[in-house]
Design a protein around this ligand. Structure first.
Ligand SMILES: Cc1ncc(COP(=O)(O)O)c(C=O)c1O
Length: 384
């Protein structure tokens, strides 16, 4: 997990500044959107690249009452770091660390019979019940229990509960297309979710929380909030999809600012090839700036010849290929000093590009841009 205590010189090369004040403000905005529901701060994958432990702490300070991760290892790491309260994790494989999860007081997701059997066995060994959240596949077609298999899973969960092996703490699901306004699958999934919840409750399941909403649903579909919303990307100040609106439209502010110090500035003649493959050739005499970040740091190679960078108040673009550790920008004759800060993305209100801008250039989503920033880039947490 990235921490702020990287080698002292590293922030000079590049840094991802994480504005915990912005994160806390975003959590408050999201809580106001989902009044009456608990907010689960989704901090999987090192908090989408922002640093799991400090972001989890900041989210709790701002009123989140649950933390969510994909893997049990991520959840156990949060607990080991001293994070209190409810922590849920949902991506298990056979043999997963069930017993450690039970002993660490995690809420574990169960999508099928094999997992229910394993968690029950682990609870028997641990001598205490596991907190289990049954996941319904209401149409995403990924993890979760199919409607046809739901009666068997619910029945077995009730038996395990009666035997004192588990407590069913939640019934939950996940949307496929909540970021596409009006997509017919949204209403279909919601209907299916209500039916599957009703089935379980009629048979005696008493969940503490029922939940299906991710960031786009939290922001735009109040009827999906139920008892809890699970927000990831919006908490980091990024809109789930430009189609839904900008972060500012929702009162959100991007949390991560990625920057680097120019490693070299030099004059070159016209006709000079730049970087591997010479896909960029200078059109005349110019200056080139070397940015010491590459695809090993998570700068997508698809940003070659297009990724935007703010240097000395001017927007520049990646010239030629992004290499493993560095890329070049054409400075058009300007001569900023080596060491000048190049801002790849940030909140956007200082003229710098945003992670969404990089996503557009690379044909991907902003989730991927921030999450893939590599471990070689120190996260510097500010406004803690
Ligand atoms: C099960 C689950 N819930 C919630 C989220 C949070 O989604 P978002 O980042 O769109 O809020 C994710 C992330 O993909 C997820 O896998």
């Amino acid at each position: 997990m990235n921490e702020t205590s990287a080698v002292p010189t590293a922030p000079l090369r590049a840094r991802a500044e994480i504005d915990l004040g912005a994160l806390r403000a975003n959590v408050r905005v999201l809580r106001a959107r989902a009044e009456g529901a608990h907010l689960m701060a989704v901090v999987k994958s090192d908090a989408y690249g922002h640093g799991a432990v400090p972001c989890a702490r900041a989210a709790l300070e701002a009123g989140a009452t649950w933390l969510g991760t994909a893997t049990p290892e991520e959840a156990l790491a949060l607990r080991a770091a001293g994070l209190p309260g409810r922590i849920m994790c949902w991506l298990w494989v056979p043999g997963g660390p069930w017993r450690q999860a039970i002993e660490a007081d995690l809420d574990v997701a169960v999508s099928g019979m094999w997992a229910l059997r394993e968690v029950g066995d682990a609870a028997r060994e641990a001598g205490r019940p596991a907190r289990v959240q049954l996941k319904a596949d209401t149409g995403l077609g990924r993890n979760g229990c199919q409607p046809e298999d739901w009666p068997e899973l619910v029945g077995a969960a009730l038996e395990a509960e009666a035997a004192g092996l588990i407590k069913v703490t939640g019934l939950w699901s996940h949307f496929a297309c909540a970021d596409e306004p009006g997509h017919p699958s949204i209403a279909a999934q919601l209907t299916r979710f209500r039916e599957m919840v009703a089935y379980a409750e009629e048979r005696g399941v008493e969940p503490e929380v029922r939940h299906i909403a991710n960031s786009p649903a939290t922001l735009t579909l109040p009827e999906t909030h139920f008892d809890l919303v699970r927000t990831g990307i919006a908490m980091y100040g990024i809109s789930p999809s430009p189609e839904l609106g900008t972060p500012a439209d929702f009162g959100l502010r991007p949390v991560m600012t990625l920057s680097a110090s120019l490693a070299l500035v030099k004059g070159v003649p016209g006709g000079h090839g730049v970087s591997y493959g010479h896909h960029y050739v200078t059109s005349g005499e110019t200056t080139l700036g070397l940015v010491p970040l590459g695809y090993a740091d998570g700068i997508p190679r698809h940003a070659s010849d297009g990724g935007p960078v703010l240097i000395d108040g001017k927007l520049r673009t990646v010239a030629g290929r992004v290499a493993m550790d560095q890329f070049v920008v054409d400075l058009g004759g300007d001569e900023p000093r080596p060491g000048t800060r190049a801002v790849l993305f940030g909140p956007g209100d200082g003229g710098e590009p945003t992670a969404e801008d990089w996503a557009q250039v690379c044909g991907t989503i902003a989730y991927e841009i921030v999450t893939r920033i590599g471990t070689r880039v120190p996260r510097v947490h500010v406004n803690g």
